[in-house]
Design a protein around this ligand. Structure first.
Ligand code: ARG
Length: 590
């Protein structure tokens, strides 16, 4: 092992490599035993623990081994561990746990290197090269509700984390731009605006209101209903007049969606349901030729073990549906786009749909039989957004929550809080506005991401905009305070980065340093388990470690000033990277 061991980004994996060598030396007859290394739960057990001795003992005890028990196996593993700059000491405790203490010097050096080379050098490299993240995906002319907000926020974060981890991500907006509702919308458009060509967004006004009005008419007026049904046939048959009207309605919706994405700074490429239309027939034919598709009550379905109902892929009128489109989109993503990992972000209510068409794809041999090996598909489900009354989230005035109104309110409230603290007198109006936006939108995003995504969460402005506790406001302020400590030192931090030395002598400096070095490992875990909350927890703990360090270690004016300023800077850099991955804009003063 090289004496000068560089930090490769994942402490756990780096240590596991050392233990792999020692396992092969200690028990050469058991080459398939994998090293088991994990972060220690408590400081008294060191920084990491290797947990191989007990398991290994149970494998070898009946085979005439020289070892007397698990602790002896542990001792042998420690003895044959290659010397490495990263390890300070190793000891065997209890029934054979190996406690590893990392070298503070090595840790400090690794942080110094990051300060020079940038935090991207810590980025993990996942084994997959290209992924699709299918997220946001609202439906044309229907409301873009808080469920779509959750999908947008969670999907964007997953995409960002994967991109950081060297994965090429195709960010897909699987917009609901096809289906029978368009017959009714188009007929209503013709009725209201006979001169369809010149209809503008402003003339139609709110598309949701338009949708409701056309639905109302559809439900009450038989003649209209009939016309709407014929319109669907014409549209699907490719009638240019109907296609044009359809395109117009889609365009108006798209402009609305784009405003939300721009505000949230989320990038997406639209490949809506209609995009896959030209491929559906051949994909269903492929499934048919594999013997998967059967006739049932006039429809064509796939029967799947473990499900009470079959998956319908062709309706009795010969039309395709949500499932046929999703199967085709999956086929396209695997074969045309060569994606190895396809991730779908929707509410948990759609879980059955995903489980069913994933199963059909496995039956067709498109995918392996589990959701861990590649090509891999995962449904990232999330819970409901609840109002403070515990019921489904609604606003007073309308029965749906408009996303733009939510974002407006978050910004207004955070601006008021800043004005209350006198910031309007200290800052320019632009600074005030930008900070209010960063804090307001950041608060909405973080409140969503910090929860385990599967649980329902209560939307509360009061809670998310609180500057204490686990909120974006608290974290953004914490970052701004670190920046101010650095500014107040009067030192040129970029110069210090090049020449200054960092030491982790104090216990709180060391704990902070160790947490910093666990960043990449955390991102990797958040990616593989598709859990943004893991990164939020890391970020919150980082700010707690910093607080402890700052209250116990004097920075400015102390003999350790240079080293401690560098530690402040490293913390600020990693915090900013976390914000970036969570889609939150950092602020530098507060
Ligand atoms: N448009 C759907 C909805 O609003 C979500 C689509 C999710 N993506 C997919 N490939 N099915 O519920």
């Amino acid at each position: 092992m090289a004496a000068n061991e560089e930090f490769t980004g994942n402490l756990k994996r780096q240590l596991a490599k050392l233990f792999d060598v020692s396992l092969k030396l200690t028990v050469p007859d058991e080459p398939s035993v994998e090293p088991l290394v994990a972060a220690s739960a408590l400081g008294k057990f060191g920084d990491y623990q290797c947990n191989n001795a007990m398991g290994l003992w149970s494998i070898i005890k009946g085979k005439g081994t020289q070892f007397k028990g698990p602790p002896a196996v542990g001792q042998a593993l420690v003895k044959s561990l290659p010397t490495s700059e990263m390890v300070e000491s190793c000891s065997v405790a209890g029934p054979g746990f190996i406690n590893v203490v990392l070298s503070a010097k090595w840790m400090a050096k690794s942080i110094e290197n990051m300060l020079i080379d940038g935090v991207d050098t810590w980025a993990p490299t996942l084994s997959v090269k290209r992924a699709v993240v299918d997220f946001s995906s609202p439906n044309i002319a229907k409301e873009m509700h808080v469920g779509h907000l959750r999908s947008t926020i969670i999907g964007d974060t997953l995409a960002r984390m994967l991109e950081y981890s060297h994965v090429e991500v195709l960010r897909r907006n699987h917009v609901g731009d096809w289906g029978t509702q368009f017959g009714m919308l188009i007929e209503y458009l013709f009725e209201k605006f006979p001169d369809t060509d010149s209809v503008t967004e402003t003339a139609i006004g709110d598309l949701q209101v338009f949708y409701k009005a056309s639905k109302h008419k559809f439900d009450l007026d038989e003649a209209f209903k009939e016309k709407a049904q014929q319109a669907v046939v014409r549209l699907q048959g490719g009638d240019p007049v109907y296609r044009k009207a359809w395109a117009k309605i889609c365009d108006i919706s798209r402009t609305e969606f784009a405003k939300v994405y721009q505000r949230l700074r989320v990038e997406l490429e639209e490949k809506g349901e209609s995009f896959y239309n030209p491929h559906i027939a051949k994909v269903i034919e492929e499934l048919n030729s594999k013997g998967l598709v059967e006739e049932s009550e006039g429809a064509r379905v796939i029967f799947l073990e473990g499900f009470d109902i079959p998956l319908m892929v062709v309706k009795s009128d010969g039309g395709f549906n949500y499932a046929s489109t999703d199967l085709t989109a999956l086929w396209y993503r695997l074969n045309e786009e060569k994606a190895e990992w396809i991730i779908y972000v929707t509410d948990v209510g759609q879980q059955q749909h995903f489980n069913m068409f994933f199963k059909a794809a496995r039956k067709a041999g498109w995918l392996p039989d589990n959701d861990k090996t590649y090509p891999r598909v995962n449904h990232v489900g999330f819970g409901l957004v609840l109002g403070e009354d515990g019921k489904r989230f609604r606003t007073r005035a309308t029965d749906v929550v408009r996303l733009v109104d939510l974002l407006d309110e978050a910004k207004t409230r955070s601006k008021l809080a800043l004005i209350e603290r006198g910031k309007d007198k200290e800052w320019t109006p632009e600074e005030l506005d930008q900070t209010a936006e960063a804090v307001g939108y950041g608060a909405v995003k973080y409140a969503d991401l910090k929860n385990n995504r599967l649980t329902n969460y209560t939307f509360s402005f009061d809670q998310m905009l609180n500057d204490k506790g686990n909120t974006a406001v608290y974290l953004l302020y914490a970052h701004a305070r670190i920046c101010s400590i650095i500014r107040k030192s009067g030192k040129d931090i970029d110069e210090l980065k090049k020449t200054g030395k960092l030491a982790l002598d104090h216990a709180d400096e060391r704990a902070l340093g160790l947490h910093l070095l666990r960043f990449a490992e955390t991102v990797e875990e958040a990616c593989t388990n598709l859990l943004p909350s893991v990164l939020c927890e890391y970020l919150y703990n980082l700010s707690e470690h910093f607080t402890r360090f700052y209250s116990n270690c004097q920075v400015n004016g102390s003999p350790e000033e240079t080293s401690r300023l560098l530690l402040c800077e490293a913390t600020a850099i990693v915090m900013r990277k976390c914000f970036h991955l969570l889609g939150i804009t950092p602020v530098y003063k507060i």
